[in-house]
Design a protein around this ligand. Structure first.
Ligand code: BGC
Ligand code: NOJ
Length: 796
């Protein structure tokens, strides 16, 4: 039996970690609107408001040694000098028991030592800009227990990037204020900032510290703060250097007695005219309101119950009972949850994304929509309009935009020629879910410039045209800087290690580099676009013509004999062909061209899927390409910079396995589809140590068969994998397709394993309870939309 670090508790919708020394910090996210936190199973991590780079509240050191040091720590200092933490870290004093439950928007950590129970519940109350830390200490022993409790957080000086590099300034700017038991962080508030943070508690503390060096000591670590060891707070006032917030309580518990303290870690923005109190200190009115909102256990509990209702409301919109617990827990809980996290975070802040580099991706955000549109259609609508407003008049796009300003930026490049098509993909997903054709009339500017507004529909048209305006010599779409595969940089020819492949010069002039992935995506979304145009009474013929032309180009110039080619390079030479020495077959074009059913009648799709299975499949999923590149190819770019089996060079990209699964489902090959699904679904992970990252969410990449440790996961949480697996499992395996006028039921699951299953689907103003008898015969059943409650049994 492989070592297990935890298990699912489906009824509580929790993942329960029972060993704190997980192979990598296993994290959770708190927050629902604009205040968000990352929290590991030992309480590491940080929080921010709206923007992980510019409004970072807690300091965090990525890639530190030891890993994941810093967070919100509670230290218990016993009378005999022993110091321990309920979450084991940072002191790592052995505990008698430890448990961390990551739930929907909350994390509960419990530690017990010598009959003292310490439980900390961390959550962000809906609608509030704060973390609540509900600490409950219970003496389960027979004797009176006296001890000190210390809280601890370390402030980030707001800009997470300069906080890590501009020390000549930073070490002089830190400022705090103290009022009762509330410790305020107000660095830079005197000048241009209108925001501050605070850490308060609903009881009179016996002391505090706000200066890190006083609290920890110059030569100590988080695991041995000198004031904790001494059992004595320093009541320090930080001036520059590194401000922190720590409370100290001297507690005494009778046998059986319990004490609960509610800590609030909050963030406040003040209007300019209310920045300061008459005495020149910060205006604390809003902080007082926030503290008062959680100044009793009852109030904290009520907010926690509200959080539970919030998640119940979101998750209950799609529920399945399939008879397969792994499938059920992914669909009902974790896959939906992860989709909401990608909505909130995009690719900005995780334990693999530092929160300072990447804003919201144009491509990523559109794909993410398919994962959460059924949960939060209104917010999905706004997201589409925000994204579209960053587009250029010629249909091209910034590759990302910053959530704080909603403006595009080229921090990670531009000119990726697949980008525009994702706007069609996302908008179609939204309208199918909601029936809201009105969004197409919304005026949306270009590059956020006032006065340039055109209806959203025009943005879709120019997105489509951006492809037809940029065709290469084989009649296939030009790739631009790259397509979905950011690392297939066919026009870059970089020999300078000091430049990024994503942003360096891109020699598109004269390039013949074409993409079969974009071709498949174009045919697939083009058909959907044509259907949409037909729906609103517009002429779809030119769109269908362009789609047909591309299909022909793929059949004539994109078929390698047993599979679809991947691309043509700058010079017009094949990539992803049996003629190549390495990189003979790629997953992306097999996925998209089979999703688009190009050449299906001639058997191309079945053959491409067979080839993918034969050449790309492995124990842990389908790898991206084979054979992996074993050296750097200047004409291919970043893909060949990765060692074999990692990332885009033959890693298992869990993001694009679903494209093959959809291809299999559309080909009616249920067994193959299911097998591919199981290999990448976290619920089926057996070897948690090998997998390393969280076993409850998808990761972007699992090391491929050429890697040193095939099966080792990386880059968990923030990945299009969440949305794609959701889209795939709900629509193509369980077969519940939202269409403009209703739901189409078209399952593709092995009939023997899934003879019958039930789905609850909330759809617009209707609720459907469906029993699906899955005979495996194929076919589909259409349920016209009508508001109200419907119970149906469907045999297919
Ligand atoms: C990664 C890609 C990522 C790109 C853009 C590359 O280094 O391998 O997965 O999309 O950077 O940030
Ligand atoms: C991660 C990026 O966020 C995504 O946009 C890209 O498609 C994949 N990497 C593949 O390169």
């Amino acid at each position: 039996m492989n070592k297990q670090y935890g298990h699912f508790d489906d009824r509580a919708r929790e993942y329960v970690i029972t060993d704190p020394a997980t192979p990598w910090p296993w994290i959770n996210y708190l927050g629902t609107e604009d205040f968000f936190s990352l929290i590991s199973n030992t309480a590491g991590g940080y929080c921010f408001c709206r923007d992980a780079k510019f409004r970072r509240i807690l300091r965090y050191r990525y890639n530190g040694v030891p890993m994941d040091d810093g967070g919100r720590y509670f230290y218990i200092r016993e009378a005999d000098g022993t110091v321990w933490n309920p979450g084991w870290k940072p002191c790592k004093t052995p505990l008698d028991s430890y448990e961390c439950c990551h739930g929907m928007g909350y994390t509960r950590i419990r530690g017990r030592k010598d009959a003292l129970d310490a439980e900390v519940l961390f959550f962000v109350p809906p609608g509030r800009r704060c973390e609540v830390h509900k600490v409950t200490l219970t003496n389960r022993g027979a004797a009176v227990r006296e001890f000190h409790l210390f809280s601890f957080v370390e402030w980030c000086l707001w800009n997470a990037a300069t906080d890590m590099e501009n020390f000549q300034r930073n070490l002089s700017t830190g400022e705090v204020e103290i009022e009762g038991s509330t410790l305020y962080h107000k660095t830079e508030y005197r000048e241009r900032r209108d925001h501050y943070a605070f850490y308060g508690v609903n009881a009179q503390a016996d002391g505090f510290d706000t200066d890190r060096e006083t609290f920890i000591g110059m030569y100590n670590g988080f695991d041995a703060p000198q004031n904790v060891l001494a059992g004595r707070p320093g009541n320090s006032l930080a001036h520059g250097w590194s401000p922190i917030a720590s409370h100290c309580f001297h507690l005494r518990l009778e046998p059986g007695e319990s004490r609960t303290l509610i800590f609030v870690l909050g963030y406040v923005e003040n209007p300019p005219e209310h920045k300061f109190a008459p005495d020149g200190s910060i205006d604390k009115t809003r902080a007082h309101e926030l503290l008062e909102a959680f100044d009793s256990t009852e109030k904290a509990d009520a907010a926690f119950a509200e959080l539970g209702r919030y998640w119940e409301g979101l998750l209950s919109r799609f529920q399945v009972e399939s008879g397969c617990p792994e499938l059920d827990r992914m669909v009902n809980i974790w896959n939906q949850y992860q989709c909401m996290v990608t909505f909130n975070m995009s690719r900005s802040a995780s334990f693999f994304e530092s929160g300072i580099g990447r804003g919201m991706g144009f491509r990523d955000s559109n794909q993410d929509l398919a994962g959460f549109v059924h949960q939060i259609p209104d917010r999905a609508r706004q997201r589409i309009l925000d994204i579209a407003a960053t587009q250029f008049p010629d249909g091209g796009c910034y590759h990302q935009y910053q959530p704080l300003t909603r403006r595009g930026n080229d921090g990670i490049g531009g000119g990726f020629n697949d980008d525009p098509l994702w706007l069609i993909f996302g908008t179609v997903a939204y309208i199918r879910e909601t029936g809201d054709f009105g969004i197409l009339d919304e005026p949306v500017p270009f590059d956020n410039a006032p006065g340039t507004e055109v209806p959203l529909l025009e943005h879709l048209r120019i997105s489509f045209r951006h492809v037809t305006d940029n065709l290469g010599p084989h009649g296939l779409p030009l790739i631009g800087r790259a397509d979905w595969n950011d690392c297939l940089n066919l026009n870059c020819f970089s020999d300078n290690p000091d430049e990024s492949f994503q942003t360096t010069e891109n020699k598109t002039g004269g390039s013949q580099a074409e993409s079969l992935m974009i071709a498949g995506l174009f045919v697939y979304t083009g058909r959907a676009f044509a259907e949409l145009l037909g729906r609103i009474g517009q002429d779809a013929a030119p769109v269908l013509q362009a789609v047909e032309d591309t299909e022909r180009a793929v059949r004539e110039n994109g078929w390698d004999g047993e599979w679809f080619l991947r691309a043509y390079d700058y010079f017009g030479r094949k990539i992803g062909s049996h003629e190549n020495a390495e990189g003979q077959i790629f997953i992306e074009s097999q996925g998209w061209c089979t999703m688009a059913r190009i050449g299906a009648e001639e058997g191309l799709c079945d053959r491409a899927l067979d080839s993918a299975r034969r050449l790309l499949d492995s124990e842990h999923g389908l790898v991206l390409n084979q054979p992996a590149y074993s050296r750097y190819y200047i004409e291919y770019g970043e893909i060949s910079s990765y060692p074999e089996g990692y990332k885009e060079n033959a890693g298992i990209f869990c993001h694009n396995n679903p494209w093959i699964i959809i291809g299999e489902a559309l080909a009616g090959r249920a067994d193959d589809a299911w097998e591919h699904y199981c290999k990448i679904s976290p619920a089926f992970i057996r070897d948690q140590r090998l997998h390393k990252v969280e076993p409850y969410v998808y990761c972007q990449m699992v090391a491929g068969k050429d890697a040193a440790r095939p099966g080792e996961g990386k880059n968990s949480w923030l990945t299009g994998t969440a949305a794609w697996n959701w889209h795939t499992v709900t629509e193509f395996l369980l077969g519940i397709h939202p269409e403009y006028d209703g739901l189409r039921i078209k399952p593709c699951l092995p009939a023997q394993r899934f003879p019958e299953y039930r789905v609850h689907r909330h759809f617009r103003d209707a609720d459907y309870d469906l029993t699906i008898r899955n005979t495996g015969r194929g076919g589909s059943h259409f349920i016209p939309y009508s508001p109200g409650y419907h119970q149906l049994t469907i045999e297919l």
